[in-house]
Design a protein around this ligand. Structure first.
Ligand SMILES: [Zn+2]
Length: 277
């Protein structure tokens, strides 16, 4: 219909003007006020909640060294700056990443060193390396979930950050599924982060203030940087800002209480050939 075009132009012009106003206000608004403004902006279109990560104790779960930065390095940096407790488990050494002239064992060692340096940049404790085989997590779901259960019991996190259930890498989906099989209190939050596939996010974290830290931490992951271009992953963080003021960077999460998360995962396991049975 011809009449709809002028209307959509007016709406988008108003939206851009509102974003310009928001961005001009930013230096004058305290961080919590900024979150509220951006969430109002997001909610006006039924978008995700924009908030600082509210957790006191977070168990970060990464399939490979670098996922803990790509997926949730910004939120982790924000939490570390506030003195919150972080424990990071890295399931594999990522030793199957093809690096010309370097044997898998050595690739794994180098990637552990990468992750240790990256944690220092974020101010996070050294990660715990679980040593499962890269590319084989779907075959060890029960062992993996037992390890997660033990760390949950010891560390008592109020949230787990893990790959979201439909990530486009089999190890990522397997780790997401192992979380669902672990013993976790029903009200503990599971925040699924995105690496190889964009998530239907219901939580966004504005990581603009720690963007340099996230990039420096990712820069410490020298092995993957020589194999694939992480700028593509980081573009997801730039794109996510469309839900707020349109400037800066955001990390997206699909967050559920564990009781709902485990129920959803069980239904996926039963119905989806895309998920480990
Ligand atoms: Zn990965």
């Amino acid at each position: 219909m011809g009449t709809s075009r002028p209307k959509s132009r007016i709406v988008s012009a108003g939206h851009r003007e509102f974003n310009r106003l928001l961005n001009r206000l930013r230096p004058m608004v305290p961080p919590t006020g900024w979150e509220v403004l951006q969430t109002l902006q997001s909610n006006s279109r039924g978008g995700p909640l924009i908030l600082a990560p509210p957790h006191e104790r977070v168990l970060v779960l990464a399939p490979h060294p670098d996922d803990e930065i790509l997926g949730c390095g910004g939120a982790t940096a924000l939490l570390c700056a506030k003195g919150r407790a972080i424990r990071t488990l890295i399931a594999t050494d990522g030793e199957r990443l093809p690096v010309p002239g370097v044997q898998p064992l050595e690739v794994g060692e180098l990637r552990r060193e990468d992750a240790l340096r990256a944690a220092v940049v974020l101010g996070a404790p050294p990660p715990v390396f679980l040593g499962f085989g890269d590319g084989s997590l779907a075959a060890v779901l029960n062992d993996l979930s037992a390890v997660i259960s033990r760390h949950v019991a010891e560390f008592r996190p109020d949230a787990l950050y893990a790959p979201w259930l439909f990530d486009a890498h089999a190890d990522h989906r397997a780790l997401a599924m192992a979380v669902a099989l672990a013993s976790v209190p029903a009200t503990t939050e599971v925040w699924g982060y995105e690496v190889w596939a964009a998530s239907p996010a219901n939580r966004l974290v504005d990581v603009t203030s720690v963007w340099d830290d996230k990039n420096r931490a990712l820069g410490e992951h020298r092995v993957p940087a020589g194999v694939f271009d992480t700028a593509g992953h980081l573009a997801l963080n730039r794109w996510r800002s469309i839900h707020g003021s349109g400037s800066g960077y955001m990390e997206a999460y699909f967050a559920l209480h564990f009781s709902d998360y485990s129920q959803l995962a069980a239904e996926l396991r039963a119905a989806s050939p895309y998920h480990p049975a």
